[in-house]
Design a protein around this ligand. Structure first.
Ligand code: SF4
Ligand code: SF4
Length: 211
């Protein structure tokens, strides 16, 4: 009989201990974010997608030589002794380890790693990024959610989180948001699989599909 009540006591005690932890977190500020509708802030020194200042790249190939997985390739034309025209600088993110080895070896400090981390895609070929073609787009956001799925996600959250749905709809019209995947015309025009459409055409596509 004594053991019976002791078991009840132990059970209640452990339940209270567990609930105390749960309630402790219930009133703390949330550390999660509503990705992809909210941007995740990365720490200083985060090794995200590469940036290239192509105008000061001297095509010395040091970065490619330092890369342990040989995922950097360059195409360039030497104009004269001092000038070189880099027409393609590709990094295959199927292979890149984000190890940073390519950064300190660069003599002109033209290659760096930024804060972008969004690489999700349904097409592995699209992970071969051409940094020259991307240019300033490197600093812009590439959202790889399929357009139709994006609309569905918005509809799902609308009831419970109308403000989030509104924000997401705003993103649909944001030219910085690259929507890639099921648009064969776009796939044809994208030289590296990365979203290459001009801001205007992206905005107009977004308008067409926006609910
Ligand atoms: S971060 Fe590492 S794996 Fe990626 S391109 Fe640079 S050297 Fe290669
Ligand atoms: S090490 Fe720097 S300058 Fe040399 S090819 Fe790579 S990015 Fe260009």
């Amino acid at each position: 009989m004594r053991a019976y009540f002791r078991n009840i006591y132990e059970g209640l005690k452990s339940a209270v201990a567990g609930l105390r932890v749960t309630f402790g977190y219930l009133f703390k500020k949330s550390v999660t974010v509503h990705y992809p509708f909210e941007e995740v802030k990365v720490a200083n020194g985060f090794r995200g997608l590469h940036h290239l200042k192509v105008d000061i790249c001297i095509a010395c190939n040091q970065c490619a030589n330092a890369c342990p997985v040989s995922c950097i390739e360059q195409t360039f034309d030497r104009i004269d002794k001092e000038n070189v025209l880099v027409s393609r600088f590709s990094i295959d993110y199927n292979k890149c380890l984000f190890c940073w080895y390519c950064i300190p070896v660069c003599p002109t400090e033209c290659i760096t790693m930024g804060a972008e981390y969004e690489l999700a895609t349904f097409d592995r070929k699209s992970l071969d990024y051409d940094l020259v073609a991307r240019g300033e787009r490197t600093a812009k956001r590439n959202m790889t959610l399929f357009r139709e799925e994006f609309v569905q996600v918005i509809e799902k959250v609308r009831e419970k989180k109308p403000e989030l749905a509104e924000k997401a709809e705003g993103l649909m019209g944001d030219p910085r948001v690259g929507l890639c995947g099921r648009n064969p015309e776009k796939d044809k025009s994208a030289s590296s699989g990365f979203v290459e459409e001009e801001a205007d055409s992206q905005a107009s596509v977004s308008e067409e599909v926006a609910p």
